[in-house]
Design a binder for this molecule. Structure first.
Ligand code: WT7
Length: 631
């Protein structure tokens, strides 16, 4: 059963209902799922705690809504189509029936290895179907998964393991990425030296490279599933039990574990998927994200599979073996909905249109964009050269914390405008706030984006630190969730996301806290102090610019810069490596010792003519020195 909206007036009608009678609205959507026990109350909430509960006291298992539910109706339909990194290697197709059996088998493995309801399991794996199987098996036995992007360093992995006290790590020997073979198990081994909670490691064999297996701790995936039954009785879970923890950066140092719970997330992931992408049964849908990010959770795994969709999972990168790879895959599987990030579009745009010429792309119906504001140029390129002007573009705005898409056109229904995420989905009540905390009503206004009513997919807490959740999201504006983004509502009432207003930078659609990068830089023994800002980058959207005060000893600046880059790669991972590092004699600080980032941002972006008021600086001369040494 589908709750798809079909017309623009249908959208306005549903939106109205979702605001005037939210509980009736979401109860109707939730009714189409399989619950072991129905809820006593649809919603219980306050944003002061915050304390938000959806489908109170309902019992379910999310995987029954993916597996059992589809087994007898669409058991033979492909659930996951896997395309390997190397186009010459055979792909794999798992039907809903195959997926059911694989998830059951692995659920039995988890149980056999002592995993209980409520245990935390880290998934640090490449983009192979087993990663999705692992997520679903955790959900089936009631364990809480925390997927860590396999590009994160051993230190970052250890921090996450320690924060959630994970009992188990699921990983692979290595990872194929383009022409490279990347060690994965070795990173886990290093991370586990800094942790004490992990009792079991299961290793999926992907590359065949040599790995060290620790007796009594490590086992091979293929050996552990051998002889396990391919049926398994799903654990009964409460609607508000945790489904997963996903770590994301904020404006302060340490990544936070965003917590999503089962019932609400399930309802919102499926509803938003079907409506935004206008998915029809039989369509082939492809989201190019990695499962290490929320996009992969909600729109490769949970949303599509709850909807009975065929979801493509791609192991590789857009430019291997050449810049036509995405388009080759679209033609090969006759993809209907294609969902990617502006950074990927811009990277391919740089190769021109020649790599597209060999492909028809006729199957495409809908194009999606996610992760950062899409600039008009990239929007038009995507629309003209990929969508051949016939495919609506859905520019989907959302966050790890929101669980699913909140602002987006519904494909083919909402008239689009380049660079606009357009209108909120049903159930999403937006508010634009001015700095004084007043809501700006009416059109043609600009301010901070907040949400004033709960939606089922929202985060419930930050793991182990509820106070931090309250402070980060619910303290800036009373009774409102604050997104951290700036927004404009234009004369038509359309929303355009303007980017982060806090100390978070968006690098290739990945969130990086400036403080987190600074902490990593400061680990270098010769670094005295550093300040990190974002600057406009042609492909990445934003690049990382670091100003660093160093004790030079006998090093050259060049040496130090490359050592500092290595330090950041080692502590966080290659995605956090600064694009530019400038060694400076001092930083522009106010008399109270606060770094004036406004000035550093201006220098980084190259707007050097007007530095604004620098009279409150302790040492105004330092600005001249920084400008002179700009890299
Ligand atoms: C931040 C959230 C949500 C999945 C990927 C990123 C930015 C995301 C858009 C968009 C403009 C966007 C925002 C947001 N962002 N989508 N369509 N237009 N900005 O998830 O890592 O949690 O980052 O990404 O700044 O706050 P995330």
């Amino acid at each position: 059963m589908s709750d798809r909206i079909h017309t623009l007036s249908g959208y306005f009608h549903e939106y109205q209902k979702s605001v005037s009678q939210p509980e009736e609205f979401w109860a109707r959507i939730a009714d189409s799922f399989h619950w072991k026990k129905r809820w006593d109350k649809v919603l219980d909430w306050n944003f002061e705690g915050p304390d938000v509960k959806w489908f109170v006291n309902a019992k379910l298992n999310i995987t029954e809504n993916i597996l059992e539910r589809h087994l007898f109706t669409i058991g033979d339909r492909p659930a996951i189509i896997w395309e390997p990194n190397d186009p010459n290697e055979a792909g794999r197709t798992l039907t809903y029936r195959d997926l059911y059996h694989e998830v059951c088998r692995f659920s039995n493995v988890l149980k056999a290895k002592g995993i209980q309801k409520g245990d935390k399991v880290i998934i640090y794996m490449p983009m192979v179907p087993e990663a999705a199987i692992a997520m679903l098996a955790c959900a089936r036995v009631g364990a809480i998964h925390s997927v860590v992007f396999a590009g994160f360093s051993s230190t970052a992995l250890a921090d996450r393991i320690n924060d959630c006290e994970a009992k188990m790590v699921l990983t692979s020997d290595g990872n194929f990425r383009g022409a490279k073979k990347i060690p994965v198990k070795a990173v886990v081994d290093e991370a586990l030296e800094k942790t004490t909670t992990v009792k079991e490691v299961i290793v999926y064999q992907r590359t065949g490279q040599d790995v060290q297996m620790v007796a009594g701790r490590d086992s091979w995936w293929h050996e552990s599933v051998e002889g396990q039954s391919d049926t398994h009785q799903a654990e009964e879970m409460d609607s508000e039990d945790m489904l997963f923890i996903l770590y994301t950066s904020g404006s302060t140092g340490k990544p936070k574990g965003v917590v999503h719970t089962i019932g609400g997330y399930m309802v919102y992931a499926k509803y938003s998927f079907e409506n935004v992408f206008q998915y029809s049964p039989g369509d082939v849908y492809w989201c190019t994200a990695d499962i290490g990010w929320i996009t992969g959770h909600s729109y490769i795994v949970y949303g599509p599979l709850l909807a009975g969709a065929t979801s493509i999972m791609f192991e590789g990168v857009p430019t291997f073996p050449d810049a036509g790879r995405f388009w080759a895959i679209v033609d090969k599987y006759q993809v209907n909905q294609f969902y990617t990030a502006p950074t990927a579009i811009r990277a391919l745009q740089a190769h021109g249109t020649e790599p597209l010429e060999a492909y028809s792309l006729d199957s495409l119906k809908v194009l999606g964009s996610v992760g950062e504001p899409i600039n008009e140029e990239a929007w038009h390129w995507y629309h003209t050269h990929v969508g051949k002007t016939r495919c609506p573009i859905v520019d989907t705005w959302w966050q790890t914390e929101t669980g699913g898409i909140l602002v987006s056109p519904l494909a083919g229904i909402t008239p689009t405008k380049p660079a606009y995420a357009t209108l909120p989905l049903p159930g999403i009540q937006l508010a634009i706030m001015d700095p004084e905390g007043k809501e700006l009503t009416g059109n043609s206004v600009e301010g901070n984006l907040c949400i004033k009513f709960p939606w089922p997919g929202m985060l419930r807490t930050t793991y182990g630190d509820h106070e931090r959740c309250q402070q980060t999201y619910f303290a800036a504006y009373k009774n409102k969730y604050f997104t951290g983004d700036g927004v404009k509502r234009d004369h038509d009432g359309y929303y355009r996301i303007l980017g982060r207003v806090d100390d978070v930078i968006n690098v290739s659609g990945h969130r990086m806290g400036t403080a987190e990068v600074e902490n990593a830089i400061n680990e270098h023994p010769l670094v005295i102090e550093s300040a990190v800002v974002g600057y406009p980058h042609e492909v990445k959207g934003q690049g990382i610019y670091a100003y660093v005060i160093c004790d030079m000893k006998n090093r050259t600046a060049e040496n130090l810069v490359s050592e500092i880059k290595d330090t950041v790669t080692k502590i966080i991972g290659p995605i956090a490596k600064p694009d530019k590092i400038q060694i400076v004699p001092g930083l522009p600080k106010t008399r109270s010792g606060k770094i004036m980032r406004r000035i550093l941002r201006k220098v980084a972006e190259g707007s050097l003519d007007n530095m604004g008021d620098t009279s409150t600086l302790l040492d105004p001369e330092v600005v001249e020195q920084i400008i002179a040494g700009r890299v």
